[in-house]
Design a protein around this ligand. Structure first.
Ligand code: ATP
Length: 457
């Protein structure tokens, strides 16, 4: 059968990757809770990002800044005045739409950077219809601010208004000097952060692709002016390779350079890495040359000198910034969609299996320990105890061995370790490979090191 969002959503729900939020209360639209397997998968994605972007990078360091920030931050960046979506309502069925998304969905044309007037004219000219009822009868476009607002302290007045951050990036910019001073870094260097962001999206949907609460993995890479385009290319390649190394299919990825008229006014170059989801192409990763825009704005609004002293050149300047910004939930969804497969095992017997071909580094469980019979539970549990000190391991002794293999295939466990009646004699177990279904006999004492090598990323 075809790979659809419905099959992915139902697998996620039934196997404990992702549930709908607040379900017993009838839910809260477009909120999702990561279950036991989902939390492992998403954590593994974040760990894989931190590993390549921070641990193995000689350039980058980490940060975890507060979600609530001084509201002046969002005035400086233009988010208070300008971070908004162009909205329009259908006059007939009263549904609300994002004008730019309507244009994109109907014509494939990107409306990034267009004025309201231009979008309105385009919608009329191309007879774009309400996807809900087919009407062409729309209201005018108005701008709607995407930031969630709340109050800090006991009085709910304008003075106490704070915002939930709509991106993690600004926590990095306001700490640029702290990090530079305390790590004594010289340019170029980057600061990386993983954390929640919030946007009051008008058209959330497509499962976890677009939600109002989501996690981002962002790197702000500071470099000398005029070296920015070189570094832009460097990080673009780096990001693309990260996805390939974790097994994402090349045919399902494409890089889309923003055309000059699409670029934000401060950006010199932007490329989106897009993935072909079952519902179509969607942005995974935005890589942007943000020039010295953010630091300049913060220097102006805070009154603090945010220049960097370049000893070699003996000059002060505001660094340029390359920003690769990736959604943790989005890329997790991409890995899930990419890994999903329904395989015919035996045509004659109409035997098929559902399998998630997740990279072992991402798989929720690295292995499952399965005693061939319940009678072998005790020694099998010893193997579980040993391996689970270093890895997430599942243990399952219920049902036939074939059924247990299939259950592990469906949740992406790369290896099944079967303890059988010979194991106490030869000190070996049978290890079955998820993808090839091939089996090999391995020494119990060597399992730990063997598995470590397999899950390495
Ligand atoms: P879009 O055009 O899809 O709204 P964007 O261009 O506004 O995205 P950015 O501001 O560049 O997105 O955010 C960087 C990354 O954060 C995106 O590439 C995406 O992976 C993730 N992201 C942004 N908004 C959401 C959201 N509402 N839900 C989930 N992930 C998101």
């Amino acid at each position: 059968t075809e790979k659809t969002m419905d099959t992915i959503v139902s697998l996620c729900k039934n196997r404990g990757f992702i549930y709908s939020g607040s379900e017993i209360y009838g839910g809260l639209s477009n909120t999702w809770d990561y279950g036991p397997l989902g939390v492992e998968l998403k954590n593994n994605v974040k760990k894989a990002w931190m590993k390549k972007f921070v641990q193995e990078s000689t350039y980058n360091v980490g940060l975890d800044s507060a979600i609530l920030m001084n509201p002046e931050v969002w005035v400086a960046t233009g988010h208070v005045g300008g971070f908004s979506d162009p909205l329009m309502d259908c006059k007939d069925c009263k549904t609300r739409h994002r004008a730019d998304k309507l244009i994109e969905d109907f014509t494939g044309e990107s409306a990034d950077g267009w004025s309201n007037e231009k979008m309105m004219a385009f919608i009329k000219e191309h007879h774009i219809k309400c996807p809900n009822c087919g009407s062409e009868n729309f209201t005018d476009i108005r701008q709607f601010n995407l930031m969630f607002k709340t109050f800090q302290g006991v009085t709910e007045d304008a003075k106490n208004t704070v915002y939930l951050r709509p991106e993690t990036a600004q926590g990095i910019f306001v700490n640029f000097q702290n990090v530079q001073r305390t790590t004594r870094r010289k340019l170029p260097f980057g600061i990386c952060q993983v954390g929640k962001s919030f946007r009051n999206e008008i058209t959330p949907g497509n499962f976890t692709f677009r939600t109002r609460e989501f996690e981002q993995m962002e790197c702000e890479f500071f470099c000398k002016p005029d070296t920015d385009l070189e570094w832009f290319k460097y990080w673009k390649d780096f990001c693309e390779n990260w996805l390939y190394e974790l097994g994402l299919t090349k045919e399902n990825l494409r890089l889309r350079d923003h055309r000059p008229e699409e670029l934000s006014f401060y950006s010199k170059a932007t490329t989106d890495i897009e993935y072909l989801f079952p519902f179509g192409w969607g942005e995974l990763w935005g890589i942007a040359d943000r020039t010295n825009y953010d630091l300049s704005r913060h220097q102006e609004h805070s009154g603090k000198d945010l220049t960097y002293f370049d000893q070699e050149a003996n000059e002060h300047y505001i660094p340029y910034v390359i920003e690769p910004s990736l959604g943790a939930d989005r890329v997790t969804l991409a890995f899930l969609c990419d890994a999903y497969d329904e395989e015919i095992v035996d045509e004659a017997k109409k035997d098929t299996r559902v399998v998630l071909h997740l990279h072992p580094a991402l798989a929720p469980y690295k292995a499952a320990v399965l005693p061939l019979s319940k009678k072998l539970g005790e020694p099998a549990k010893e193997i579980y105890a040993k391996l689970s000190k270093h890895f997430m391991i599942d243990y399952d002794e219920t049902g036939s061995i074939g059924k247990r293999y299939r259950r592990q295939d469906e949740i992406g466990t790369p290896f099944c370790i079967t303890y059988d009646f010979d194991s106490s004699e030869d000190g070996c177990v049978t290890v079955r490979d998820r993808d090839t279904m091939a089996q090999e006999r391995l020494k119990i004492e060597e399992l730990d090191a063997w598995l470590q090598e397999k899950v390495d990323f």
